[in-house]
Design a protein around this ligand. Structure first.
Ligand code: NDP
Length: 334
């Protein structure tokens, strides 16, 4: 049964094109009818949430809306056989928090396909320390490994390295023995030391030589979270047979390139999407994050906040000032 009322961070269009988010107590019947009613323990803040909260119609079409593409917690009501009352689960991906009320709330009601069982070796809190950003970092690392990029082949470049995806990707790669170099607008950020990144290139000095079709070969692999001219430069600098994974657009959505990195150096460009990643692949990535990819510095990458601090965190993220991950504690009793 749905709660009578519940707390949520809800975004309203207060006048045309102007959006405001605040914590409200709203009626339980605003929760959609679906397979699973979940009491949310934690959520986490992702870039897509910041876009949704600021009225980006490419992410969220209709307002008022509760963002939050991530949540974890305990099942209160299950209408499907494969989940039961009391199961601890992670809900993410698909339309969660985009056009379906999301995880910035005490309760969510979602289809069973959007939900993964919390893997052994991972707490609910840890699952949101990773969240979709960490999951996406895991997908990028998984692609590099499957494409046979090995520690010792050369440096792996991570762009937007102090961000959620970048910091987790760098930490996993370093744990696995890869040498990591980062591109950052905050090259002195304390997180970089915590993760163990030894080489950081300042954003502005990275994107030079824009007019050239190829640049000096530097990287065996790339995790790009920024897109635009950063992705262009990274591809032009990738070594023969190297692999570039592209998951983000924090720095732009365009890509101006010639075919030469691909046809002269055999560079492989792999697009990474987590939103539609469900089923066994999703479970396998979560299991790796709970096991062989579990990073010791995870706690240090994370700042814990509550729903009422979300607005400030969202603005910092949109301004590129955020570093690491933000986990939102919602129900203390789970
Ligand atoms: P964050 O905001 O945590 O990190 C992004 C980082 O990119 C910032 O910390 C900053 O790092 C850098 N950055 C921000 N703005 C700019 C800019 N204008 N120019 C250059 N660099 C910039 O976001 P996330 O890590 O959570 O997400 C990163 C990207 O990945 C986003 O575009 C997001 O939408 C995408 N994403 C995609 C997914 C998918 O399924 N494809 C899933 C999850 C995320 P620094 O200061 O170190 O340079």
């Amino acid at each position: 049964m749905k709660p009578e009322n519940y707390k949520a961070y809800i975004v309203r269009e207060i006048e045309k094109g102007k959006f405001l988010g605040s914590v409200e107590t709203i009626p339980g019947d605003t929760l959609p009818e679906s397979d699973l009613l979940i009491k949310v323990a934690y959520s986490s803040l992702n870039y897509k949430d910041a876009l949704s909260a600021s009225g980006n119609r490419g992410v969220t079409r209709r307002y008022p809306h509760v963002p939050g593409i991530d949540a974890c917690g305990e099942i209160i009501v299950s209408r499907v056989e494969n989940f039961s009352h009391g199961d601890k689960v992670i809900a993410a991906c698909f339309d969660m928090g985009m056009n379906h009320p999301g995880g910035f709330a005490e309760y969510i009601s979602v289809p069973a396909e959007w939900v993964a069982t919390l893997p052994e070796g991972m707490s609910l809190k840890e699952s949101m320390m990773f969240g979709t950003a960490g999951f996406t970092a895991g997908r990028c690392v998984d692609y590099l490994i499957k494409q046979n990029v090995k520690p010792g082949d050369g440096e792996i470049l991570v762009t937007g390295i102090t961000g959620g995806v970048g910091s987790v990707a760098a930490a996993i790669l370093i744990k696995l023995g890869y040498e990591v170099a980062g591109v950052s607008g905050k090259p002195d950020h304390p997180l970089l030391k915590i993760i163990g990144v030894e080489k950081t290139i300042k954003r502005e000095s990275f994107v030079t030589g824009k007019q050239k079709m190829l640049l000096k070969e530097r990287w065996a692999g790339v995790v790009d979270t920024v897109g635009g001219q950063y992705l262009e430069t990274a591809i032009k600098q990738t070594k023969y047979d190297g692999v570039v994974t592209a998951c983000g657009n924090a720095g732009g959505g365009d890509l101006n390139l010639s075919v030469y990195p691909f046809i002269l150096r055999g560079v492989k460009l792999i697009g990474v999407d987590s939103a539609q990643c469900g089923g066994p692949l999703r479970d396998a990535i979560w299991a790796k994050l709970a096991g062989e990819w579990k990073i010791n510095c995870l706690e240090d990458l994370v700042q814990m906040i509550t729903l009422d601090k979300l607005d400030t965190a969202i603005h910092a993220m949109l301004a590129g000032r955020a570093g690491g991950r933000k986990v939102i504690q919602i129900n203390k009793t789970i």
